[in-house]
Design a protein around this ligand. Structure first.
Ligand code: SF4
Length: 215
């Protein structure tokens, strides 16, 4: 199937907003501070952003709170006027959706369900607070399936009746920029995606190899 250029779709949307002067409210699901850094620089001038930290996949609570704390610190140090909605830590729904899929590799069915769940909750929250649109920082990761994330967002958008902002935040050297911003703000860059299964995989790999980041 032909790949869709979601980076171009985002560029066109931003151009449209620049021309109209309209600034919609956007609930932006944030997985962590490093992925949010570049994403915020792209969106900040064109959307009224509210960040949404909802990541029941993260293991364990200490890690969850630390990633959320880094997100708050980043927003504060970037001097951005952005509220953050932080959900309390409850991994039960993640373990429920991951049952039977524990041993699958990343980008498999467990990840699709994990991403779909977080997007659906973001749409639900966006609807409940009256936001115009929703999206996620997840498309900045070279480890994630950008086509799937956007298709999923589009489908959820129809179900909830709220516009999804298509994106590929890797475009325009987005991932590289996020690494630079992480250095600039001395952000914690985790070396596993988030769940205990990705942590176990990372531990097995790093026992044999590099230990580089896995954002
Ligand atoms: S590897 Fe990442 S995307 Fe996949 S299930 Fe675990 S936390 Fe979710």
């Amino acid at each position: 199937m032909k790949k869709i250029n979601y980076g171009k779709i985002l560029d066109d949307k931003i151009q449209e907003l620049k021309t109209s002067g309209h600034k919609p409210s956007l609930l932006l699901h944030a997985c962590c501070a490093p992925c949010s850094s570049h994403t915020l620089t792209v969106l900040y001038n064109y959307f009224d952003i509210i960040l949404y930290f909802f990541n029941p996949n993260i293991s364990h609570e200490e890690e969850y709170l630390y990633r959320c704390g880094e997100l708050k610190r980043l927003v504060s140090e970037m001097n951005m006027n952005i509220n953050i909605i932080e959900e309390s830590y409850d991994p039960a729904p993640f373990y429920e959706l991951a049952r039977g899929l524990e041993n699958l590799p990343e980008r498999g069915e467990r990840c699709r369900k994990c991403i779909s769940f977080r997007l659906e909750k973001t749409a639900e929250k966006a609807k409940s607070i009256g936001a115009d649109m929703f999206t996620t920082t997840l498309t900045i990761s070279p480890h994630k399936d950008c086509q799937f994330i956007n298709q999923c967002g589009g489908e959820i958008s129809k179900i909830y009746g709220i516009e999804y902002l298509y994106s590929d935040f890797k475009k325009h050297d987005g991932y590289k920029h996020s690494v630079e911003l992480s250095k600039k703000y001395n952000l914690y860059r985790q070396d596993y995606c988030g769940c205990v299964y990705s942590k176990l995989t990372k531990n097995n790999i790093s026992a044999a190899a590099d230990g580089g980041d896995k954002i």
